[in-house]
Write a protein that binds this ligand. Structure first.
Ligand SMILES: *Cc1c(COP(=O)(O)O)cnc(C)c1O
Length: 363
């Protein structure tokens, strides 16, 4: 059996460190706030080369809080790629703004710049730049088309810990960035977790207050906020895992490079990695018109696969009200042909060989 993701094998490789970290939190009772959270926040900010980091409850909260802190005019239009996880769009609606879907590139699955430019109106006040599957968006191009209109950029980096664009880590390339530490993400906690990063420390301070009930000091609140926190146990676990992240990412890159070199099939399109980026391969997503048959063929040989995402956001019932479902643009229709191959941080090259051979044998 070749697993899509093997968290148990990953744990086995770091078990002692994890138990030590958990014991440290238990013994110091640093469950909420405290030294472990502060340490992880500063370690993660340093890792992503961004000035400040705020731990929050999950990646969805991170998006909502970041959007709220930007103080966009009520009812603004916010541009969201058609192919991403629903959380990216949900945050827009929940913050009182209007989702405008945008096409993605058929090569790297990030925002299509000419479609983005076409969707900008006087009401557009932000763009959700999703570094989907771990591939950075073309940030220079996004900034080129948005800067003249004073549009804010939120980097949804939930799938892109450690990714780089033109030699710079993602996460500090827009106004604010958000991360998820969902267990299956490249850097995953043992439960929920998320973070907001920014070089704008005032903005980050607004995020901190929103995430902490609008609090000024104990029981003195400047406004109504909410509760969203990364807890001490998850922070301590993440500090342990962060030390291994570059090795794990390198393993994912090696597996992905092997697939890219070895998969040769007339009906299958492999993902493009643009020059000047470090793609961290949260997912290795191929495309084929006979997707379900290929998934079945692989499953019969004990190879697990995934689909990210089977239904594009504009086609979901949740967004029927927008009336944007009927486009034939790539981002709207790609869900029918996408298939994610196993590219876990613990996958061996021998396993990758089995996967590539099984894909190439597909008839
Ligand atoms: C996982 C994910 C999120 C949400 O993160 P959670 O921690 O699950 O709330 C948001 N955006 C993208 C692109 C994601 O992949």
């Amino acid at each position: 059996m070749i697993k899509f993701l093997d968290l148990k094998k990953q744990l086995a490789s770091i078990e002692n460190e994890i138990h030590q970290a958990i014991n440290g939190v238990l013994e110091s009772s640093s469950f909420i706030g405290g030294q472990y959270l502060e340490r992880f926040e500063s370690e993660f900010a340093a890792y992503q080369c961004v000035k400040g980091c705020l731990g929050v409850g999950n990646g969805t909260d991170a998006l909502e809080i970041a959007l709220e802190a930007l103080n966009l005019p009520p009812g603004s239009e916010v541009i969201v790629p058609a192919n991403t996880f629903i959380a990216t769009a949900e945050a827009v609606t929940r913050s009182g703004h209007k989702v405008v879907f945008c096409d993605v590139n058929p090569g790297d699955y990030t925002l299509d710049i000419s479609d983005l430019e076409a969707r900008i109106t006087p009401q557009t006040s932000a763009v959700m730049a999703v570094h989907l599957y771990g591939h950075p968006c073309d940030m220079d191009e996004i900034l080129r088309v948005t800067t003249p209109h004073n549009i804010k950029i939120i980097e949804d980096s939930a799938q892109a810990h450690g990714a780089e664009y033109k030699g710079k880590k993602i996460g500090g390339l827009g106004d604010v960035s958000t991360f998820s530490f969902y267990p299956g993400k490249n850097l995953g906690a043992y439960g929920d977790g998320g973070a907001i990063l920014s070089n704008d420390l005032d903005l980050l301070d607004r995020c901190r207050r929103i995430a902490n009930h609008g609090r000024k000091s104990k029981y003195d609140h400047a406004f109504e906020g909410r509760n969203s926190r990364l807890d001490g146990l998850q922070a301590a676990i993440l500090s342990v895992k962060l030390k291994h992240l570059d090795n794990w990412t390198q393993n994912k890159i090696d597996v992905a490079d092997f697939y890219t070199d070895s998969i040769k099939h007339t009906e299958i399109t492999i993902p493009v990695r643009q020059p000047n980026v470090k793609h961290v391969y949260h997912l290795y997503v191929i495309r084929t018109p006979r997707r379900d048959e290929l998934a079945k063929h692989l499953n019969e040989q004990g190879i697990q696969t995934g689909i990210h995402y089977p239904i594009s956001l504009p086609k979901l019932e949740a967004y029927e009200y927008l009336g944007q479902a009927n486009s034939q643009q790539f981002g709207w229709v790609c869900g029918e042909s996408l298939l994610s191959l196993p590219v876990g941080d613990q996958l061996t090259l021998d396993e990758a060989k089995v996967v590539a051979a099984a894909v190439n044998e597909f008839r």
